[in-house]
Design a binder for this molecule. Sequence first.
Ligand code: GAL
Length: 890
Amino acid sequence: MVGFENKAVLKLLLVYLFIQFSVTCGNFFQPFNVTYDHRALIIDGKRRMLISGGIHYPRATPQMWPDLIAKSKEGGADAIESYTFWNGHEPVKGQYNFEGRFDLVKFVKLVGDSGLYFLLRIGPYVCAEWNFGGFPVWLRDIPGIEFRTDNEPFKREMQRYVTKIVDLMREEKLFSWQGGPIILLQIENEYGNMEGSYGRKGKEYVKWAANMALGLGAGVPWVMCKQTDAPGDIIDACNNYYCDGYKPNSPNKPTIWTENWDGWYTSWGGRLPHRPVEDLAFAVARFFQRGGSLMNYYMYFGGTNFGRTSGGPFYITSYDYDAPIDEYGLRSEPKWGHLKDLHAAIKLCERALVAADSPQYTKLGPQQEAHVYWENTQSTGLNTSLSESQSTCSAFLANIDEHNTATVTFRGKSYSLPPWSVSILPDCSNVAFNTAKVGAQTAMKVVEYASSPKISAPELVMTKNEVSGIAESWMSVKEPIGIWSENNFTVQGMLEHLKVTKDESDYLWHMTRIYVSDDDIAFWEENQVSPTLVIDSMRDVLRVFINGKLIGSITGHWVKVEQPVQFQQGYNDLILLSQTVGLQNYGAFLEKDGAGFRGQIKLTGFKNGDIDFSKASWIYQVGLKGEFQKIFTLEENEKAGWTELKLDSTPSTFTWYKAYFDSPDGSEPVALDLGSMGKGQAWVNGHHIGRYWNLTAPIDGCPNSCNYRGAYGSNKCMTNCGKPTQTWYHVPRSWLQASNNLLVIFEETGGNPFEISVKLRDSRILCAQVSESHYPPLDQWLHPDVIDGKVSINDIRPQIRLQCEDGHIMSSIEFASYGTPHGSCQNFSKGNCHSSNSLSVVSEACEGRNSCWVEVSNSGFGGDPCRGVLKTLAVEARCVSSSTIGVSQF
Ligand code: GAL
């Protein structure tokens, strides 16, 4: 008996030790190998069709990562993809940073923990609208260096960094063969676009990069994207809005789509891009239809360019990207939901997709085509572990016609295909999904004042008289104009901006002194002219001061400056403040790009002719006094000479402001509304939330309605015309404490800090509209009765499904009509046909719940309200935070 007990204890101990061992060893999976053939990646001996979601870890906080990964998984992702960011990981040569938002190991482990795979795009050049494309600025200072070409100093540094990353991943056991999630690596990024600029050396560099990568013994396949000459075993991959025609450079390589651009990035003063989900789903379905095997959304979550990480020229702080998960981590609907349905439909076809070596193609009409995949018993790639429920014949029917619905006959059955759409038939007979028929919910986001009552009507939101600033009391301190410390230096001539700043600050002061004689003054008065400052070329922002006064601002990307100036008799201080707004992240010869001024700097219009200042004596000063004193930190801010700001004080340039604010209750994401400010940077509790700039998008160029049909480009379906490009700036919850949060702002052009407010981002209103003719929910295909053939999928009715964000429930159903409702979200109305119990049926199913579903059928609504008419159920629901229910109408 005793012996038995001991055995049991021993067993338990062994199990415990095994678990501990697995956890500490980072065993997320049983170790597995990854290879490939012409059809797909082969994971643990089996071909797979893979959906991946791009999330750049430093564009979120570690506290946000688990939820982002969970939402990706719930949305149907098999993998998460990210670049690595060299300048974040090695800010100073030889000093590595893998902490906080740059904790790559933690991020990959969280992905592994959730059972997803990882695609690691090391770069180290990454583009990504990231400062300097990911290169550390110190790389420019290495003697003789030329980036991304057959250049020894560059290759040495690149190899060192790539080795560092691969070694780190191996040490942490993160590769698949170690039981980790990493199944694929990328070297370089879209070098094919640049290769021509580098001639023969470019070709050599590609070969070197490939060999170097393969030589690291990472043990998983490597890709190069947009690299038609990707050597040997390296898989060349596609980046584009559509990749269905893509063929890799060898018949032995699978078709991989590393970047499916599901939106686009934005510049200060630009409109906001929007890619409709019907078109995005079409592109994805077409890819898998025509033989694609791995697709990654760039981006699945875009996030935020915190600090000074945004690239350039002129990319904004938000990197929302119109992605399925928005900048704040909330689902962007109906994008997220419609893609989730698409992914489920593709998964239902996986067994047939992986079994067939290639699809059988049939032309169904002039612009209609079918691709059929079936299980070929001879195939060695058959994935026997996949559910038996998955069909052995699957088909995709496409209608590429942008204008007309097509009726096609396929295997003796008739199908109606909406314009620019793909129908997915997991069993080669029944349609599970059509890319143009969105059944997913729409969520209307509001950004509301944190101080307004928690349950407020959205109409309250954003009205001017509702403005309740972040704080009643603000302090300010002026930033000195020009040279502010001993730490300045004088040089004859112009130095290149980045050589001086090393990108430690956006700002570089230049000061020189000019003597103006009585004769000059008289000459200008007589001729009614004024002298002009002429600079051949500059980027990104220049501010011109004379004797401490701001007299002009110029913005542009390598533009000529012609700035009229006025001097007084005697000595005058001419101060030029050159600024960067994100370093160039795309193009050849990046190391030569630099910033600041190029060419000659002169003053024209003097009596004795032009004065050339290019070789004059200039005093240089890097950065702002407040920046270097770190007055935005909790530790140092008291050291600045802050004074109380009067309510009626006029907007002031080059001024620091500070205030304290309390964190809004609840768990909704927080934003600062900086719409009342001009241009500058902001910090909360010492965390740099990014640059802000109040530039307005052009008034025109946004269509009234967006037509998803036809090829997408980033200029199609733009929004936000005539409005400021960005007014809300994300402050991650984890950077806030309950009260007394320190907000510090550096303002360049003048604004009103009293109008700065804290807002909450919330998905308040959910809507959905599904008709009787819609398809059954995708998960019903896996219902045991359907699998056993007891119930036909045809007999299952469609459903409306609603889901509030986590921690939220539906407080009320604002509208419900089963019949022939009109209008769209927040604008629904009843039609001629309406079931009188619509509201009670939906309220009963949904009120008080985080998620709910309602069947769209006569039986659900107590009978047919109008025979012979196609009925639709339209619903609008309101979500509230479940913690506020106590103070709500309940
Ligand atoms: C691609 C590049 C990405 C990103 C994208 C635009 O060409 O590879 O890094 O810059 O364009 O968002």
